[in-house]
Design a protein around this ligand. Structure first.
Ligand code: NDP
Length: 337
């Protein structure tokens, strides 16, 4: 039973030595419990927050404890009346091969799911985040301009595609030519701007010739700086994530622009609202699951996964996720089914 624990807390970008791969004995399920064998482990930006002991909406991972994370597992042995051997479940066993569960919080995925790993992406937490943030807070209307960054990741790609279903003009922001091409050709975005381009802000302004009505915020930093002057009166900003800031150790240099931001929010009557998906919307999961399974079945939503083989490669893959090295939803294939 291999597991990866948090060896030390990072200062700035996580380093390989912040993680430690260990080998421990396979746990034994007691009566009413089962042993879960992980097949897929989800890697997500929020895990950077759990590595830090700064106050947040969730408790940090303790030093020497297993890194947390969503997993898709198979039941290996069961002493629980409601679960059978070989059954697939969505669980939260973290960065390790095996976990013990009493069934609490597990979601059953059946005996032969077609795409078990989708439960970590488009049909799971990131897809749900895109759906609720865009539809409930963003309130997109046909003909409006929607901008979303991290446009090829599981949240951004889903936001943009739902925006197209709702009749918006959708402008993505992504890192690099290849990601931008994918956003336009496969995801069907109207435009996608490379944030590494020197004239990024000018290109974004040209693509948003009627301004921006909904900006779905995933990254912050220079992307938000370029977006802010383009926001229309009554624009909405679902504040979902700020991944460009997760490794920051200090506030950015330069003049304080808080009063400029507040002035813009005031005169343009902009609504900006943060949300934490399961804390705020758990009760609406059914709505999402119904719409999303239909859109997937109809081929209206495309989904890209980047599968990395081997639990031992999780730290490097995770470090890369915070630098944009992933292309699509980052998933570790921990074990064969
Ligand atoms: P992604 O797979 O999209 O990975 C993050 C992406 O962010 C990278 O691939 C990279 O894309 C982009 N990025 C990284 N650094 C920068 C930077 N400095 N400037 C611009 N872009 C950068 O992740 P997810 O789709 O899983 O998550 C997207 C966002 O949603 C994150 O901020 C995450 O924290 C947030 N989130 C929030 C939830 C909530 O409940 N509020 C729930 C789930 C996710 P590129 O190469 O294209 O720049």
């Amino acid at each position: 039973n291999r597991r990866i624990v948090l060896a030390s807390r990072p200062h700035g970008a996580p380093q390989p030595e912040n993680f430690r791969l260990e080998s421990v004995e396979k746990p034994e399920p007691q009566e009413g419990e089962m042993l879960l064998r992980s097949v897929y482990l989800s890697l997500d930006p929020y895990m950077r927050g759990r590595m830090s002991d700064a106050k947040s909406y969730a408790e940090p991972v303790a030093i020497d404890e297993v890194m947390v994370g969503g997993t898709v597992c198979q039941v290996e042995t069961t002493r629980h009346p409601d679960f059978e051997e070989g059954e697939w479940v969505l669980a939260y066993t973290g960065w390790q091969d095996y976990g013990i569960s009493n069934g609490e919080g597990l979601i059953k995925l059946g005996k032969t799911p077609v795409h078990p790993s989708y439960a970590l992406g488009v049909m799971g937490m990131p897809g749900f985040t895109a759906y609720m943030g865009l539809l409930d807070i963003g309130q997109p209307k046909a003909g409006e301009t929607l901008v979303v960054a991290a446009a090829t990741g599981p949240v951004g790609a889903t936001v943009g595609q739902i925006g197209k279903i709702k009749g918006c003009r959708v402008i993505g922001v992504a890192g690099g030519v290849e990601k931008c091409r994918y956003a336009k050709e496969v995801l069907g975005f109207d435009e996608c701007i490379d944030h590494y381009a020197e004239d990024f802000a000018e290109q974004l302004a040209a693509a948003c010739d009627k301004g921006i009505d909904v900006y779905f915020e995933n990254v912050g930093g220079k992307v938000f700086d370029a977006v802010m002057p383009l926001l229309n009166t009554s624009a909405r900003i679902p504040l979902c994530g700020l991944v460009s800031q997760y490794n920051a150790t200090a506030l950015p240099e330069g003049p304080d622009r808080m009063s400029m931001l507040m002035g813009q929010l005031l005169v343009k009557r902009i609504k900006m609202q943060g949300f934490i998906i399961f804390d705020d919307y758990a009760h609406r999961y059914g709505e999402f699951a119904k719409d999303m399974s239909q859109w997937l079945a109809e081929g209206r939503i495309q989904y890209k996964e980047q599968l990395v083989e081997g639990l031992e490669n999780a730290p490097e893959a995770f470090i890369g996720l915070l630098e944009g090295k992933n292309f699509g939803k980052l998933v570790i294939k921990t074990n064969d089914p």
